[in-house]
Design a protein around this ligand. Sequence first.
Ligand SMILES: *[C@@H]1O[C@H](CO)[C@@H](O)[C@H](O)[C@H]1NC(C)=O
Ligand SMILES: *[C@@H]1O[C@H](CO)[C@@H](O)[C@H](O)[C@H]1NC(C)=O
Ligand SMILES: *[C@@H]1O[C@H](CO)[C@@H](O)[C@H](O)[C@H]1NC(C)=O
Length: 153
Amino acid sequence: MAKLVTSFLIFFLVFIATSITLIKAQCKYEMIVNTGITKGPSNIKLGVIIEPIGGEGNINTTNLIKNWGAMGRGYTYFLPNSSDRFRTKLPCMVDNFCWIGIKGKKGELNPHWHINNITVSTKGSGGIDSLKTFPFLEEIETVYPYASQGECP
Ligand SMILES: *[C@@H]1O[C@H](CO)[C@@H](O)[C@H](O)[C@H]1NC(C)=O
Ligand SMILES: *[C@@H]1O[C@H](CO)[C@@H](O)[C@H](O)[C@H]1NC(C)=O
Ligand SMILES: *[C@@H]1O[C@H](CO)[C@@H](O)[C@H](O)[C@H]1NC(C)=O
């Protein structure tokens, strides 16, 4: 009986340890924003929300350029016809991306900003190997709160 309780306890501890490891597993994310013929917002407080299938553990960060910007100091983001890279490290997602939203405060997402597409990718220890391009191919019409693309099943 004591042996049974011990093995059960060990099983339970391993289970907890595994769960904690899964929660804390960090993945590298990369996002590439391909802009079109018009200039985007120069404001640097834009946020990004990326939702995985199932909706659990979505990415929701503010200050995209400060926290994710990977183009170096002094670079001007969202100029016409450019390809801007963003990188960050966050907890791994549990499934593939299905929706992306770019949000700004009122007036921060300039209308007439043309986004061609946004590619998001991640690889990581959490069994995630996800890559998706969201084709916007349009002017951002929404000023507030989201310009979004994608559909979650
Ligand atoms: C994304 O847009 C760029 C031009 O801005 C284009 O070269 C590229 O092929 C597009 N990618 C996809 C996957 O549609
Ligand atoms: C962006 O590309 C388009 C189409 O190739 C071109 O007409 C436009 O002049 C370019 N804009 C800039 C600022 O380079
Ligand atoms: C993202 O986070 C902000 C606050 O941090 C919250 O107001 C907003 O509703 C969140 N959006 C989504 C889609 O989770």
